[in-house]
Design a protein around this ligand. Structure first.
Ligand code: IYR
Length: 222
């Protein structure tokens, strides 16, 4: 490895085997309680909390450390109305013709439809944009593994939201280029995911579902 003056010693957290095992179980159980929520209360969430959640996501690893993402945090009511209107127009077309019978059938257990009330009720919407390249003046500088990098950051954002006792769901209106226009994003940014964030309503429900077991998702090579 070609070390240079650009390296610093890494100080690992020194946990005992027992502590490490306990934390792995505790975190597994905590994360297993996360659910995608579609019923949001309008209860406020502070901007500082949103900033902390986003900056946690922004610690994600990325190709050549390019950090190829922008997180747009929207609380402006008029903008939320405009986003909802545009998203529902696309979703209406998707649910009424663009999605296959098989796809609609697969979604039945979740009770989703083209109506997206949460887009105006949740106190915040975070729209994650991926950047295929960055501008260095007029020069385009390529980013690497953009989908992988932004996908990891999105997962970390979802975990941070859950950790803060808040809820979200991954909304992917399709096509979603309207978000680029509504938010006035530059041409090197493409919408990746939309996450409403807030508290659930007191009577929020979630579909009954089971997660795959160890033997279904893990293949050991020992
Ligand atoms: N984008 C649509 C449809 C949808 C698709 C999948 I796959 C889901 O898991 C849920 C919804 C929507 O947001 O309703």
């Amino acid at each position: 490895m070609g070390h240079s003056e650009n390296f610093l010693p890494y100080t690992a957290q020194r946990l005992s085997k027992e502590e490490s095992a306990k934390r792995s179980v505790d975190f597994r159980e905590y994360m297993n309680q996360r659910r995608s929520i579609r019923f949001f209360s309008d209860k406020e969430v502070s901007e500082k909390v949103i900033e902390n959640l986003i900056m946690t996501a922004s610690t994600a690893p990325s190709g050549a450390h390019k950090q190829p993402w922008t997180f747009c945090a929207v609380s402006n009511p008029e903008l939320k109305v405009a986003i909802r209107k545009a998203a529902e127009e696309e979703e209406y077309k998707s649910y009424n013709g663009r999605m296959s019978e098989e796809w609609l059938d697969d979604l039945k257990p979740f009770g989703t439809d083209w109506k997206k009330e949460f887009l105006t009720v949740a106190p915040w919407l975070i729209i994650i944009f991926k950047k295929a390249f960055d501008y260095d003046g007029d020069k385009k500088r390529k980013n690497y593994y953009v989908n992988e990098s932004v996908g990891i950051a999105a997962g970390m954002l979802i975990s941070a939201i859950h950790n803060a006792g808040l809820v979200t769901l991954t909304h992917t209106p399709s096509p979603m280029n309207f978000l680029q226009k509504l938010l006035g994003r530059p041409d090197n940014e493409r919408p990746f995911l939309l996450l409403p964030i807030g508290y659930p309503t007191d009577d929020a429900v979630v579909p009954v579902l089971e997660r795959k077991s160890e033997s279904e998702v893990i293949q050991y090579y020992k």
